[in-house]
Design a protein around this ligand. Structure first.
Ligand code: TRP
Length: 332
């Protein structure tokens, strides 16, 4: 039986943290059990906002090493860099011919930029490059090129998937045949919200994140910095409202969770002790991941070979889609 195809797009952002780990990386890697899973690093998307070559190339390697360290198996799935697949850009150009400019005008990211500029009273398009404006077309090409059935995304990306559907449908409608597969968004409702060091949702922009790959001593320091209330050691404590416990849940098995919850409730345990216990389980999970990451990042040539092998697997799939479209379009 042929399996359905999932496609995960990875933005090269640095410093993956445990919010990404539980919220995006783990669920995306789970897809490989059920789907013919494909993953790619969206490096040309990043170029729209990142113009420093050193920074960009380091980030691309870091994020690739990060996903591999977290368990992405390049033998079992297809893992490549967007920039290694020239067909992405060929398809983008073809899709442009089927994309209404008005559709792009309505894209959230572009609209937000225009609104911010207008509020400042300046040129509404200030700082907006064509890459940003046409981002949804490139993203549609990423998806459609690989015959994706499902695309796991956060709610903020659903509009982009709808645009990809719109664009693919206008192609199919024009040629009166199913030239392109129509993708579906896979929005997970049940993904854990990971609390950060200050109790707000963990996010790089809040500065409250615990990075996945930091050395053990730094990991301990960060965990010790988790904000707590001023309850004394002997007081009974409520695990449900403690972000130490909420984090603990993500890393501990059910027996450990029950044991720590009961120590909370019976009193006699200070926050320092709870943090030590949290550190123990976090480090238990992250130590091997960190070790793999350090080994991968230390050998960039080997990493590049992994990505090149992934591109080799990806290109024939991409070429077939472009060929189909070109034939339908009368460009052979
Ligand atoms: N736009 C996505 C994000 O901001 C990244 C992305 C680019 C993507 N192309 C994609 C995601 C294709 C899924 C499929 O996170």
């Amino acid at each position: 039986m042929t399996r359905k195809i999932s496609l995960t797009g990875i933005k090269p952002t640095g410093n993956l943290h445990i919010g990404n780990y539980f919220g995006a990386i783990k669920p995306a890697l789970e897809l490989a059990k059920e789907y013919d899973a494909r993953y790619f690093i969206a490096d040309y998307h990043a170029l729209n906002i990142m113009k420093d070559p050193k920074e960009l190339s380091a980030l691309i390697r870091e994020v690739a090493a990060g996903w591999l360290a977290c368990g992405l198996d390049p033998e079992k799935v297809v893992f490549y860099r967007q920039s290694s697949i020239p067909e992405v850009f060929e398809l983008t150009t073809m899709l442009m011919a089927f994309t209404a400019k008005g559709l792009m005008n309505r894209a959230h990211a572009y609209k937000a930029a225009v609104q911010e500029n207008s509020e400042k009273g300046g040129d509404p398009d200030a700082g907006v490059n064509m890459g940003l404006f046409t981002y949804p077309v490139l993203m549609a090409a990423d998806i459609i090129l690989f015959d994706s059935d499902v695309v796991p995304v956060g709610k903020d990306q659903v509009q982009h998937i709808e645009m990809a559907q719109d664009i693919a449908q206008s192609v199919n409608h024009n040629y009166k045949q199913e030239v392109l597969k129509i993708p579906q968004a896979l929005v997970s409702e049940s993904v854990a919200v990971v609390p950060g060091l200050d109790g707000r949702k963990m996010s790089k922009s809040y500065g409250n994140a615990i990075p996945i790959f930091i050395p053990e001593t730094q990991l301990r320091k960060l965990i010790m910095r988790i904000v707590t209330n001023s309850q004394a050691v002997e007081e009974p404590k409520d695990p449900e409202t403690s972000q130490i416990f909420l984090l603990y849940r993500l890393f501990a098995d059910s027996k450990e969770q029950a044991a720590l919850a009961s120590r909370y409730r019976s009193g006699g345990m200070g926050w320092g002790e709870a943090k030590e216990e949290l550190f123990r389980v976090v480090n238990r999970e992250l130590a091997p991941v960190r070790e793999r990451f350090n080994a991968i990042i230390a050998d960039p040539a080997a990493l590049d070979r992994v990505l090149a092998a992934g591109a080799e697997k990806a290109r024939p799939i991409a070429a077939a889609t472009v060929r189909r479209f070109r034939r339908a379009a009368g460009i052979e």
